[in-house]
Design a protein. Structure first.
Length: 195
């Protein structure tokens, strides 16, 4: 132990000044202060979420449209029809009262098959007014929120945890390229391919 302490004592002046040395190294004037940690204002746009993987995906989210209800656009990316009876959409995985069954009759009730054809879109209005029909969910969206597609077997199919700036109200978060990529702030394209 004494030997280790003696060795450390020999480097005492360096250890005492280590924070200052690290600060000076981080502020190297050779890059003009525009290094990787130059600041958020210098960063370019960043996509949110992850790339699409499944057949039924969240394709676009409108948390604060200029008029009307919030909405979530789903897309069937597969080459086969998808039965909406097999899925829920929610904005909170741990709140069962926020689960919206896309077929209108959650298990164990009998659900009449509702097929979403290949390449077709399904819009869920997040207006917390289920009395308006099977395409109206029991929740609203916030600028910092989430959207999930969950199978009736409890499998997570697709998810997006998002943050939208207040100045982007009226715009949406949409997958670019359509049905494939990350989510980017863009003009709404409800029920159409994202541009």
């Amino acid at each position: 132990m004494l030997l280790a302490g003696t060795r450390l004592a020999r480097f005492g002046p360096v250890v005492r000044h280590l924070p200052l040395l690290l600060l000076l190294a981080a502020c190297d004037p050779g890059d003009g202060g525009m290094g990787a940690d130059a600041g958020v204002g210098d960063a370019g746009p960043v996509g949110q979420g992850s790339e699409a993987r499944g057949a039924l995906v969240i394709n676009e989210v409108s948390a604060k449209p200029t008029s009307g209800a919030d909405w979530i656009e789903l897309l069937n990316r597969s080459s086969d029809a998808v039965d909406l009876c097999d899925f829920f959409v929610t904005d909170s995985l741990d709140r069962l009262d926020h689960y919206h069954h896309l077929g209108g009759a959650p298990p164990p009730a009998e659900c009449t098959s509702q097929l979403l054809e290949p390449g077709a879109y399904w819009i869920v209005y997040a207006d917390d007014d289920v009395q308006l029909g099977p395409d109206h969910a029991p929740f609203k969206l916030g600028l910092a929120d989430e959207a999930h597609v969950v199978s009736t077997r409890g499998e997570a199919i697709d998810s997006l945890v998002f943050l939208q700036a207040r100045e982007d109200e009226g715009l949406t978060l949409a997958r670019l390229p359509n049905g494939e990529g990350l989510f980017w702030v863009t003009e709404p394209s409800l029920g159409e391919a994202n541009q």
